[in-house]
Ligand binder design. Structure first.
Ligand code: ARG
Length: 457
């Protein structure tokens, strides 16, 4: 008989049982579930709602059940629906009817909400530390590439020279915001829903403050109906994960391009690439491609939950059971992506010469030539046109800007003097951009200092 079977005359249909059960995935919450139950039970004892010997007996059995599950000794079955029922049934089997007192002043609705809060809080802490780890890898690579010049791109067209360190650090700051977002979301997850009962509170003189203190919650829900229906904190986790994946996906695109034979700016390590079953020469950037690909499923989980929540009447509805699989898959996905990415970046080889050749053989210094004319007093728009004509001439003659003579420059503007060509080297272009947050080495060093500070805090 079901733990809730009293008013039923018929057995549950087996199709219904399978459809309704969440044990295949919510078994992941067993630690949170038991930890929450133990805190609840201690509170029931302390408040005299059950006898303190009963509370002790129940908690001793709960501790044993925890070990049993950890050791894989508890068998899960759809007939017992979810993790909450499995634990309670096992408790009853172990200590008899007194085990039935655990669920006093509690419902599965506030119980599952509690489990989810505990789980999200735990996983936020893990995520934050994995993001930080990846940021550290980026920092280390940036420090080693303070003099590595490469083409910076817009529209994937060579735009202006930048330091490779600068490019890497751009991702550091994106990850910094991701980390801050997860840390901020922690505040909303840090609110105790237990005590809300099914939806309206409880008739027993419970002490939620005691439970909050034991389970390390900073706050308690002010409204029991909000407490059992709120999944905002799960949505926030998924939204933050989605942005994180967006950033990793963009980084993947850069990595895949750089690792191609056309760019050949980097070489990924054998240990983090794969071969082709047919083409013997292939070495594929699968980590980056998989991260880029997995971004879609994380976005999907966010949209799925938002849609599930839309239009639910208060308070608890079984729809809310759908909050779990997407969250669990997201947690696994972002963890794997962050760990693999750190390894991928740590082991990649950088071809500084190739990067330099790409930027030296191009028109990436055109803006600097225009800026030169501006410093001589020409309005920028006119300077842009003059240099545009020079670029056109070079393309027609298959030359580069650095190949031009001063006489040729002066044929287009008499403002050009002997020193004009000096501003055309990639290093000069980089060094000239010493504005705050710019790519000049001095500015990037300043940026590195700030980045290190963020990591320490
Ligand atoms: N498995 C359920 C869930 O994940 C637990 C809560 C069930 N509550 C209920 N009243 N049936 O949401």
């Amino acid at each position: 008989m079901k733990l809730w079977g009293g008013r039923f005359d018929k057995e549950t249909d087996s199709l219904m049982e399978e459809f309704n059960a969440s044990i295949s995935f919510d078994q992941r919450l067993y630690e949170e579930d038991i930890r929450g139950s133990m805190a609840h039970c201690r509170m029931l004892g302390a408040c005299g709602i059950i006898a303190s010997e009963e509370a002790e007996l129940i908690n001793k059995a709960l501790a044993e059940i925890l070990t049993e599950i950890k050791e894989g000794k508890l068998e899960f079955t759809a007939a017992l629906e979810d993790i909450h029922m499995h634990v309670e049934k096992r408790l009853l089997d172990k200590i008899g009817p007194v085990g039935g007192k655990l669920h006093t002043a509690r419902s599965r609705n506030d119980q599952v909400a509690l489990d989810m809060h505990l789980y999200v809080k735990k996983e936020i802490i893990v995520t934050v530390s994995l993001i930080k780890n990846l940021q550290q890898v980026l920092l280390a690579a940036a420090e080693e590439n303070l003099d590595t010049v490469m083409p910076g791109y817009t529209h994937l067209q060579r735009a202006q020279p930048v330091l490779f360190a600068h490019h890497l650090l751009a991702y550091f700051w994106k990850l910094q915001r991701d980390r801050e977002r997860f840390q901020d979301a922690y505040k909303r997850a840090d609110r105790l829903p237990l005590g809300a009962g099914a939806l309206a509170g409880t008739t027993f003189p419970i002490d939620p403050k005691m439970v909050a203190a034991e389970l390390d919650f900073a706050n308690i829900y002010e409204n029991s109906m909000d407490a059992v229906s709120d999944r905002d904190f799960v949505v926030e986790f998924l939204a933050n994960a989605s942005l994180l994946m967006a950033h990793l996906s963009c980084l993947s695109e850069d990595i895949i391009l750089w690792n191609s034979q056309e760019f050949a700016f980097i070489q990924l390590d054998d240990a983090f690439t794969t071969g082709s079953s047919i083409m013997p020469q292939k070495k594929n950037p699968d980590v980056a491609e998989l991260v880029r690909g997995k971004t879609g499923r994380v976005y999907g989980h966010l949209l799925a939950l938002l849609t599930t929540l839309k239009g639910l009447p208060l308070a608890y509805n079984k729809d809310l059971q759908e909050d779990k699989e997407g969250l669990f898959d997201t947690v696994d996905t972002i963890k794997n992506c962050l760990v693999l990415y750190a390894a991928l970046l740590r082991t990649m080889k950088i071809d500084k010469q190739r990067m330099y050749a790409a930027v030296a053989g191009d028109f990436a210094s055109a803006t600097d030539l225009a800026d030169y004319l501006v410093r001589k007093g020409l309005p920028f728009r006119e300077a842009h046109a003059v240099v545009g004509r020079l670029v056109g001439k070079c393309i027609a003659e298959n030359r580069r800007l650095v190949d031009l003579t001063v006489t040729e420059l002066r044929a287009h503007s008499l403002l050009f003097a002997e020193d004009a060509l000096a501003c055309l080297t990639p290093q000069a272009c980089v060094e000239a951009r010493s504005s705050y947050g710019g790519t000049a080495q001095s500015a990037v060093k300043e940026q590195l200092k700030q980045a290190k500070k963020e990591i320490k805090e």
